[in-house]
Design a protein around this ligand. Sequence first.
Ligand code: OAD
Length: 242
Amino acid sequence: MNASPAIQELKARLAQATAVTVLTGAGISADSGVPTFRGADGLWKDHRPEELASPEAFARNPTLVWEWYNWRRGLIATKQPNPAHTALVELEHTVNDFWLITQNVDGLHPLAGSQRLSEIHGNIWKVRCTQCERITVNRDMPIAILPECSTCAGLLRPHIVWFGESLDPEDLQKSFDALRKCEVLLIIGTSGMVYPAASFGPIAKENGAFVAEVNLDPTPNSDLVDVAIQGHAKDLVPQLVS
Ligand code: OAD
C-alpha cells in the first residue's frame, strides 16, 4: 500500500528533525486493549469522573476509589505495549533531542522501553502516602483495601493526577521546554479535551513547530495542526518512524 502524501511528509519531517516531542493519550493504548475515557466504549460513559477520580471522591469513599483502581490495575496488567509504543522507543533512539509526554497512567510506554518521558497524569503502578507524601511502586494484585504506608501507616492513594489537581511542576516544566524547542510535535490518540495537555499543540505551533496528529477521528486539534492523519496508532506510528 502506498503511503499518503500526509504520511510521507510527516515521515520526512521526523527523519530530518533533531528535536521531536510526542504527546500521547488513551488512543495509543486502545490498540493494546486498554479502554479510552471518552467515546462510545470509554470509561467515562458508565462512570462519573467526579465520583472516582477526584480528591473529593477519595475523601468521601476511598474504598470505592481503590476498588475502581484495583479493577483497572487488573485489566492493564493483562495488556502489552503495541507496535505504536515500540515505534516511539525507536524514534527516541534515533532523534537527538526527544521527549515523550504521555497522559496515560497505564505504564505501557516505560514497559515498551521509553526512557525520555513525562507521565504527566501519574502512573497506576505507583502509590503516594496521603500523610508523608512518599511515592512508591506497588504492583500488588489486588492491592489491599485500604492500603497503608509502610513508613508512617498513612492511607495510600493512587499516584494519579485527579480532576481539580495540578500537574507536578517539574513534569510541566519539562513538557513546556520540550514543546518550545521541538521542530516536530506528534500528537497521538488524545481527544484534546483535558488541560493543560489540550494546549500543548497550540504552544508548539506558536513556537514554530510542525504539528501533526494521529487519531482515529478528527479532534478539536485537527484544524490547528499542519497534518491530521486518521487511523489506528498501531498501524500509522510504525509507518512514520520506519
Ligand atoms: P480520551 O478517551 O478522551 O480520547 C482518546 C482519543 O483516542 C480519542 O480522540 C479517540 O478518537 C482516539 N483513539 C481511540 N482509539 C484509537 C486508536 N486505536 N488509534 C488512534 N487514536 C485512537 O483520552 P485522553 O485524551 O487520553 O485523565 O484523555 C485525557 C485524560 O482524560 C486522561 O489522561 C484521563 C482522562 O480523564 C486521568 O486519568 C487523570
